[in-house]
Design a protein around this ligand. Structure first.
Ligand SMILES: *Cc1c(COP(=O)(O)O)cnc(C)c1O
Length: 456
């Protein structure tokens, strides 16, 4: 092989062959590249992505301490499934979900079960599947049909629930959001629950607005339904964001295992769990709530290690990072970080409400996420999509999007305040929003392509 290592070491960066000439995009090249050149090419391509720290659309962690980064670099090779080779990582995984179970008030820490996942989506699938299996086993035992399972959920759920229904063939019983009921609150729940209902999903921190669905009210309604019909329907809590906020910042709010109907809770470690993507968690109230038929037993850890997951191999490093954060922050640290986010969110939402054209849908006092719309009576020549585009030119990603389902003619714009969206950055963002609103207000006619349709 002719490999001109002398030239490669000497040539200035960006002049090497492969950098100076065009690279194949959609097929594998025949020849090798020196690692430094390949590195530079991929690094530079990734540079064209947005700046993650200015992305106010994502819920996912974009900042960790330098010690966490070091730990990450040292543990990237660990495979979570390989509990035989990495028993210490496996033990830490178990510690993490037990810590979460305790944080969410499981009645008995010794009679609970949970697992890490790749994110909330996988955790929600497992939660949904457990509800389905439970329902099936109960129905079969009673000699009843298991043909038509359904699940009750708000039309404002995250897309993972649509996937769950689609992939695992469970009929969604959608409860529509309306101007009066922007989230699932138990209103008319009896219309959606029947003998084929495997469970109800309640969201702690709705994706669209940040709202908490009132778990206690939903449970009370289900109690009433049980009294009237004998149907015992359990709740899965999709706490992707809120399950890492409420325990620290709204400790009085009863949304977790303190509510008896709650069978399982899922969350994203990579959202307000403060870990880089991807890690999620699910914990069941007790062993009984996770049907035994879903658990696979491995005798690796010198005992009985029950496992359940949709994936096989996945990174173990994130689980270690989660434990790092638990140790590093403790309750006080998590409270400090989340409260700061809530404070910044409310500072931003109050200032945005004061600007004039906007009306808040939420203010960021549940999870640090809030959304606004243009005032109903205002009919400016511009839309929130225009504002999104103007802010994008300054590097900010502040998404505008339609509300779900029958309110899809309502456009919202949303900000997610994560750890790292500092008060200082927030001040700069506000100044930019003000400038851009002034710019848009100053236009005589509508923005070119200024209608929502252009964006869809
Ligand atoms: C983000 C989110 C999900 C999906 O979580 P991933 O961790 O991205 O898979 C599910 N439900 C809600 C409410 C969410 O906010």
């Amino acid at each position: 092989m002719t490999y001109k290592s002398d030239r490669i070491e000497l040539g200035p960066v960006f002049t090497e062959s492969g950098e100076a000439t065009s690279l194949p995009r959609n097929e594998l090249a025949t020849h090798m590249l020196p690692p430094a050149v390949a590195y530079q090419v991929v690094h530079d391509q990734a540079m064209l992505d947005g700046n993650a720290r200015l992305n106010l659309a994502t819920f996912v962690t974009t900042y960790m301490d330098k010690e966490a980064k070091l730990l990450y670099a040292q543990t990237v090779d660990k495979n979570m499934i390989d509990k035989d080779e990495y028993p210490a990582t496996a033990a830490i995984e178990e510690r993490c979900w037990r810590i979460l179970g305790d944080l969410w008030h499981v009645p008995d820490v010794n009679d609970t079960i949970g697992t890490s996942t790749i994110g909330s989506s996988e955790a929600c699938m497992l939660g949904g599947l457990a509800l389905k299996r439970h329902w099936q086993e109960k129905r079969k035992a009673a000699g009843l049909s298991t043909e038509k399972p359904n699940i009750v959920l708000s039309t404002a759920v995250q897309v993972c629930w649509e996937k769950f229904c689609n992939y695992f063939e469970v009929e969604p019983h959608w409860v529509p959001v309306t101007e009066e009921h922007l989230f699932l609150d138990g209103h008319e729940l009896e219309k959606y629950v029947d003998e084929n209902t495997i469970g109800v999903v309640a969201i702690m921190g709705q994706t669209y607005t940040g709202a908490y669905e009132p778990v206690k009210e939903i449970a009370a309604k289900l109690d009433q339904i049980e009294k009237d019909t004998g149907l015992d329907v359990k709740i899965h809590i999709d706490g992707a964001s809120g399950a890492f906020i409420a325990p620290f910042c709204q400790p009085e709010l009863e949304w977790d295992f303190r509510v008896e109907r709650v069978a399982s809770i899922s969350t994203s470690g990579h959202k307000f769990g403060l870990v880089y993507p991807g890690v999620g968690w699910i914990v069941w109230r007790n062993n009984e709530r996770l049907p035994e038929s879903m658990v696979f037993h491995c005798a690796y850890l010198g005992g009985d290690m029950p496992t359940l997951a949709l994936n096989f191999s996945r990174p173990g490093a994130q689980v270690l990072l989660q434990y790092y954060q638990f140790l590093r922050l403790g309750r006080d640290g998590y409270r400090a970080v989340q409260q700061e986010c809530l404070d910044v969110a409310q500072y931003l939402s109050a200032a945005i409400a004061d600007m004039g054209p906007f009306e808040l849908i939420s203010k960021g006092d549940t999870i640090p996420v809030f959304a606004w719309r243009l005032k109903k009576d205002a009919s400016p020549n511009w839309t929130l999509y225009d504002l999104q585009d103007r802010l994008r030119m300054k590097g900010w990603q502040v998404p505008a999007y339609p509300l779900s389902d029958n309110l899809s003619d309502v456009t919202l714009q949303r900000i997610v305040v994560r750890n790292g969206v500092s008060r200082d950055l927030a001040g700069k963002l506000l100044a930019d929003i003000e400038t851009e609103v002034k710019f848009l207000e100053g236009l005589d006619g509508p923005m070119p392509h200024g209608d929502a349709a252009f964006h869809h």
